[in-house]
Design a protein around this ligand. Structure first.
Ligand SMILES: C[S@@+](CC[C@H](N)C(=O)[O-])C[C@H]1O[C@@H](n2cnc3c(N)ncnc32)[C@H](O)[C@@H]1O
Length: 223
């Protein structure tokens, strides 16, 4: 028996053009919306941004305000004492889950490439060190949950995450600092079964954020 000839795969599909063209082309004969959330430039020239369809042609400020109205009490903190390229990924995922804010601890500069411009719609705060980030969280009644597979951590799979919380991630290499572990209410680990000591920090952040989403977010209000 001969194997069927495979059809074109994702890499042969070509680059589809993201977004929509000018309003007049997309909606011929319909009046241009007068809603102040719409951006006249985008209406005239098209909207090629990587945003959900509901936000097509919207001004950036209007999109942020709309997400602000329904952000989750989930804060994401990541230590940035080296040059960790994962922070962009963390910001993008935090944006997807409507996290309240992403907190960068340590260096102010971080590699924005992986964020794919989602940082424009995400509240970002900076703290000089872990103590400042933990104090910020405590003042707002947030539980601080460090995420790393270190001695003393409890399995994420068997732990209930607090609703009002700050999930705190470490960097490639050193992992969460002793200061972060000491300042956290608890440390959770993601179960692993293979040979590697750890998974990528951006992937770990996605898993932990989604664990929070499964517990506390309402799937009926997702896009
Ligand atoms: C690549 S890890 C480095 C540290 C790790 N403890 C080690 O021994 O290699 C970088 C970050 O990703 C997250 N991470 C990676 N694997 C994890 C796991 N299995 N459980 C929880 N967090 C993990 C943590 O936030 C950690 O600080």
């Amino acid at each position: 028996m001969t194997a069927p000839t495979p059809g074109p795969g994702p890499t042969e599909w070509g680059e589809p053009r993201v977004g929509v063209g000018p309003w007049a082309e997309e909606h011929p004969g319909t009046p241009v919306p007068q809603d102040p959330r719409y951006d006249p430039e985008l209406l005239a020239g098209g909207d090629r941004r990587n945003v959900v369809d509901a936000y097509r042609y919207w001004r950036r400020e209007a999109i942020i305000a709309d997400i602000d109205a329904r952000r989750h009490p989930l804060h994401i903190a990541i230590e940035n004492f080296g040059h960790d390229a994962n922070i962009g990924t963390v910001v993008r995922t935090a944006n997807a889950f409507a996290a309240a804010a992403v907190h960068i601890i340590g260096r102010r500069r971080w590699n924005r490439r992986g964020a794919m411009v989602t940082d424009r719609y995400q509240h970002l705060l900076h703290h000089a060190d872990v103590a400042a980030a933990v104090a910020w969280a405590r003042e707002r009644g947030l539980a601080v949950v460090a995420v790393d597979n270190v001695p003393g951590s409890v399995p994420l799979e068997a732990t209930r995450l607090p609703r009002e919380t700050m999930l705190l991630f470490g960097q490639e290499g050193p992992g969460v600092t002793p200061a972060a572990r000491a300042g956290a209410d608890l440390t959770v680990s993601i179960a692993q079964y293979g040979s590697t000591r750890s998974i990528n920090a951006g992937v770990a952040a996605g898993i932990a954020m989604h664990a929070w989403v499964r517990e506390h977010a309402d799937p009926r209000s997702a896009w």
